[in-house]
Design a binder for this molecule. Structure first.
Ligand code: AMP
Ligand code: ZN
Length: 499
């Protein structure tokens, strides 16, 4: 089997490019991480499912992966264009906690959500750990590229070539930038360092050559990317909103740092390829963190949806397409997931019958090493999968291939497991670990315990066996009133579900 070339869409050139690593055999990726002033909503989590799929694909292609997802615990203002209040300090004031405590709490929650979505562990450097490096960076570029105002040190975007190329439409008055900082030379100029106003103190502030204050948000990603991955590294990712302001500003800083100009050679931007996931959208505004109960992973779980149903929902769409969230859509993804786990369960029990003892699939059925793919790929599914995932991560096309393997009676037992394990390395649906029963999550609002439901269903079975249909219907109605839908003859073998 010959590998398909890995093609990825580079936002900087707006074209598909064949991935050629900067360092042979290695892939170094930086993904803009969360601002930890609040819970992440599921739209944010789409960005990390995408980044994870990219990382897993690079590993599938045989590269040794180094992947950084930073934690923004200082510096991000309520508007990306450097205006408004500091998000961390604002939340700290609202919750009556220190900004440091807020950051630790929401970082832990973020990491727990990543684990629930089966996102592989990555490096999570915190911005506050890199403030010295940010000051050193600022000193290095200040003379040629920056100017000081009362409120801090600003980057003059006219000092680098091709400023804003990534956004494709930067003009003086474009992008809705409001020039609220008096004295800025260009509307798009942004803060490298924000001086604490006289007479005020911030919870998070440091001494610098430009006074006591805090770094500008864009600086941290330039500094941590360079420190942990070296310039140029291979791929920089983020949500599509970052294509407009944050990433053009990061690129300008990187150009200034490298003393190079011009983005005709993308490497001068600090990374060879810039990739952006499109948004998850929701019509009623529940994605907004200011909307009270907003859509976060825990809310999905509270309503009885397994987190991996959300991962599958993301994989069903191409990362560059907008994805509309709906509970029906999530329900459909959960049903699809149930089908997959059911296929696994059926085969496990067959295997159990044959072997006469329980089979632990993860310990026995290991992924096929790359060197053996050709030999193992009798049906051609690995080749097809490789082609689809190498085509700018076409996960939507990969899923039916997985389903083919799950349902193909002609693939022999051990080989089928090996193939599933191999493919799931990229999709991350945890098919050999998650059990069918794990998918049944009790919604928080459910009135009955699982044991109570089972008892009622057993009574109903007895009534039906005795042909007492009035009694059986009555039990069904009682369960219905408690939010439990009885599903007679469900092809997936689920006898009930919580509505
Ligand atoms: P933030 O914590 O606001 O810096 O956002 C974290 C990541 O989520 C960034 O990469 C954003 O671009 C991304 N993001 C924000 N909203 C959405 C959304 N609705 N859909 C997909 N990605 C998003
Ligand atoms: Zn960033």
């Amino acid at each position: 089997m010959t590998d398909a070339p890995l093609k990825l869409f580079n936002s900087l050139t707006r074209s598909l490019e064949v991935f050629e690593p900067v360092h042979p055999g290695e892939a170094r990726v930086y993904s803009c991480g969360p601002t930890v002033y609040n819970y992440q909503h599921i739209g944010n989590m789409r960005a990390y499912v995408f980044a994870d799929t990219l990382g897993r694909t690079l590993q599938w292609k045989g590269y040794k992966l180094t992947h950084v997802v930073n934690i923004t615990d200082v510096g991000h203002l309520t508007s990306d264009a450097d205006e408004g209040e500091d998000k961390m300090e604002k939340m700290a004031a609202r919750e009556g906690k220190s900004a440091w405590d807020i950051a630790r709490f929401y970082q832990a929650d973020f990491e727990a959500d990543l684990a629930r979505l089966n996102v592989q562990p990555k490096q999570h450097p915190r911005a506050t750990e890199y403030v010295d490096a940010m000051i050193a960076w600022g000193k290095g570029i200040a003379d040629k590229h920056c100017y000081e105002l009362e409120s801090g040190l600003y980057f003059d975007v006219s000092t680098v070539a091709d400023y804003g190329r990534l956004a494709r439409a930067v003009t003086e008055d474009g992008e809705g930038r409001i020039e609220s900082v008096e004295g800025k030379r260009n509307a798009a100029d942004f803060a490298i360092w924000r001086r604490t106003p006289a007479g005020e103190t911030r919870q998070m502030e440091w001494d610098s050559p430009w006074g006591r204050g805090a770094p500008g948000w864009h600086l941290e990603c330039s500094v941590m990317g360079e420190a942990l991955l070296g310039f140029p590294f291979d791929i920089h990712t983020g949500g599509i909103d970052h294509r407009e302001i944050h990433h053009p500003n990061e690129i300008a800083q990187n150009q200034a740092f490298c003393c190079t100009n011009g983005l005709d050679d993308p490497r001068n931007s600090g990374a060879k390829i810039w990739m952006h996931n499109n948004f998850l959208v929701e019509r009623s505004g529940k994605m907004s963190k200011s909307s009270g109960e907003f859509l976060r992973l825990q809310l999905l779980v509270d309503r009885g949806y397994h987190p991996l149903a959300y991962r599958l929902m993301c994989l069903q769409a191409h990362y560059r397409s907008e994805l509309e969230f709906s509970w029906e859509g999530l329900g459909a993804a959960l049903t699809r997931l149930k089908r997959m786990y059911k296929a696994v369960a059926v085969q496990l029990s067959r295997q159990f019958e044959e072997a006469g003892e329980p089979v632990e699939p993860t310990s026995v059925f290991l992924p096929i090493p790359r060197e053996q793919w050709s030999e193992a790929d009798e049906t051609g599914v690995l080749r097809d999968f490789d082609e689809a995932i190498s085509d700018d991560l076409n996960t939507a096309k990969c899923l039916p291939l997985l389903e083919e393997v799950l349902g193909d009676k002609f693939i022999s037992h051990p080989m089928r497991w090996h193939l599933i394990a191999t493919i799931d390395q990229v999709l991350g649906l945890d098919l050999l670990k998650v059990r069918r029963a794990d998918l049944r999550i009790r919604p928080k609002a459910a009135g009955l315990t699982e044991a109570e439901i089972e008892v009622a269903l057993a009574r109903r079975k007895e009534a039906r066996a005795a042909k007492d249909f009035a009694a059986s219907d009555a039990i069904r109605d009682e369960l219905g009133a408690a939010g439990v839908e009885v599903m007679d003859g469900d092809p997936l073998g689920w006898e009930w579900k919580l509505g």
